[in-house]
Write a protein that binds this ligand. Structure first.
Ligand code: ZN
Length: 152
């Protein structure tokens, strides 16, 4: 298996730990890799609380390691102020080198905004790694969001 897929597989495993606790938010997991080693992990644990990216960053004591790291997260980092500040801003602040995501966030408030913001800051963004697995994990969330878009 390609390393990108291995790390994303791990992120999806972590995401699943939030099952039943994060709805109506999607389940999201995050793995941070530096020089081929996992240096941080996190997941969205509870609705209204910190997102996966924030928890993964908080799990790393030496924040300097984040510079140039690769962040694997199954859903596009958020770009809007919700209950927590935007994760894309957090990743930009820590100067990560690359962000790999499975799915774009279908939430009309995000919808590519997180990816755009990261790219504009010079961070490489790869979309679509384990896309189907990601969609399957959050199929209820994607269904609800798509329905909303049709209604709007
Ligand atoms: Zn977020």
């Amino acid at each position: 298996m390609h390393p990108d897929k291995q790390y994303m597989h791990r992120a999806l495993q972590l995401a699943r730990l939030g099952q039943g606790k994060v709805s109506p938010n999607p389940m999201v997991g995050c793995v941070i890799v530096k020089d081929g080693v996992i240096i941080g992990e996190g997941w969205h644990q509870k609705y209204g609380e910190a997102h996966a990216e924030k928890n993964a960053i908080d799990s790393i004591s030496d924040k300097n390691l984040l510079k140039g790291s690769i962040v694997y997260v199954n859903l596009e980092p958020c770009s809007h102020y919700g209950k927590t500040p935007p994760c894309s801003d957090l990743l930009i602040t820590h100067q990560v080198g690359c962000v790999v995501v499975s799915n774009k966030d279908p939430n009309p408030l995000v919808d590519g905004g997180g990816i755009k913001k990261l790219r504009e800051a010079g961070i490489e963004v790869i979309v679509g790694v384990l896309q189907e697995e990601g969609e399957l994990l959050n199929k209820d969330f994607f269904y609800q969001m798509n329905k909303k878009r049709i209604e709007v």
